[in-house]
Design a binder for this molecule. Structure first.
Ligand SMILES: [Ca+2]
Ligand SMILES: [Ca+2]
Ligand SMILES: [Ca+2]
Length: 382
């Protein structure tokens, strides 16, 4: 029996065969390049195809993958058959990067079957973002209930990835909505990590008595909790330089727009700004930028050597990055690049309960070159 058979996962269409691991150097990473390429080989197969810009993959409390597509649909995907079942649709404004984005589930889903999503709304000339939740009756999602609205939006820089912590609070990324100064304004919800109760109110222990949990962010599109330490990590888009992964602490200032990446003087005046504002430096940074997007921790053992890694997808870079973190979690000690250019733009990564890994392509987002069967959900296995 082959390895896939032992997993109980039928082999679907193999699209990539065995893919050797590769490494590249990355300026500005403060992480040594991997020089000893492991012998492990990976298999990639298509789980679902024909999607339109799948934006967020999440493992549902019902044991299947849930996926948002940016034009406004929410579907369940059976990982064993690949069957896609649409369970909801939401009216969104989809212009450039805006539309339907993040998804998360109530931690007590059996009794409170709420699905949380973030999406753009308004008009093409006045794009806003909001957080809503919908009740799932086992087949369909009910009408959206607005929890937080009027979050500044734009064609680009809408953030809108969601994660619910062990503290039963919801963390939402917001972009600077194209106006960088908003990120340093603690009274503005743009360019922030927001922390709200599951009913959409400011979390009681928030640092400024508002929805804001941390600030100085440009356009974070990945958010995930470390499975062991519980620390919160985000991936955020830089401008032409310095995409970042950050470890987020309450009340932290992450520097944008005065600081790009590390406090290393590559942006005029940033070292002084860092000192006077106690700016938190990133875990790692990419120059030139690769368009980091979704993030998830690998807490399985199925793929040898991956346990404890932070996986981050990239859009422009068309690759999956695997970061090895230092023991204290504050920096990346290794950064490995996988599948570069093989599947096009990659929007999200999801680690399944058996240690298999799913990727969402983003070749129909207006910036890619879609193949006939794009977009796809792919599965990585050893
Ligand atoms: Ca996700
Ligand atoms: Ca920063
Ligand atoms: Ca810098």
């Amino acid at each position: 029996m082959n390895r896939i058979g032992r997993l109980g996962l039928p082999l679907l269409l193999a699209v990539g065969g065995s893919v050797p691991l590769t490494t590249v150097s990355n300026r500005g990473s403060r992480a040594p390049d991997i020089t000893d390429t492991p012998a492990a080989r990976l298999t990639v197969e298509t789980v679902a195809s024909g999607l339109d810009t799948p934006w967020d993959l999440a493992w549902g409390p019902d044991g299947v993958i849930w996926v948002t597509e940016r034009p406004g649909t929410i579907s369940r995907v059976d990982p064993s058959t690949g069957q896609v079942t649409r369970v909801g649709r939401i009216d969104v404004v989809e212009v450039s990067e805006s539309g339907l984005m993040g998804i998360a589930f109530h931690p007590d889903f059996a009794n409170q079957p709420y699905v949380y999503v973030a999406h753009s709304y308004g008009s093409r000339r006045n794009i806003r973002n909001r957080l809503v939740r919908m009740r799932f009756d086992g087949a369909r999602l009910g009408a959206p209930q607005v929890l937080v609205d009027n979050i500044p939006g734009n064609r680009n820089h809408n953030g809108s990835r969601l994660a619910i912590g062990a503290d039963r609070l919801l963390y939402m990324t917001t972009g600077d909505a194209g106006r960088a100064a908003r990120a340093q304004d603690r009274g503005d919800v743009a360019g922030k990590i927001l922390r709200v109760t599951l009913e959409g109110r400011p979390a009681p222990e928030n640092p400024f008595g508002t929805l804001v949990y941390s600030y100085g962010h440009r356009n974070p599109q990945g958010i995930v909790f470390h499975p062991v330490t519980g620390a919160l990590y985000i991936a955020e888009h830089g401008p032409r330089d310095n995409d970042e992964v950050n470890r987020v602490k309450k009340g932290g200032n992450y520097g944008w727009p005065a600081v790009h990446g590390f406090c290393d003087g590559d942006t005029r005046g940033e070292e002084a700004f860092c000192r006077s504002n106690d700016v938190v430096e990133p875990v790692t940074a990419w120059t030139p930028t690769v368009g980091v997007s979704g993030a998830d921790f690998y807490d399985g053992t199925l793929i040898p050597g991956w346990n404890g890694s932070l996986l981050v997808t990239s859009l422009r870079g068309q690759a999956l990055y695997r970061l090895t973190l230092s023991a204290d979690g504050s920096t990346a000690t290794e950064r490995e690049v996988l599948f570069r250019g093989e599947y096009g733009r990659l929007r999200d990564v999801l680690v399944g309960p058996r240690g298999e890994v799913y990727l969402a392509t983003s070749n129909r987002d207006g910036r890619g070159n879609p193949a006939r069967d794009d977009d796809r959900i792919l599965r990585i296995l050893p």
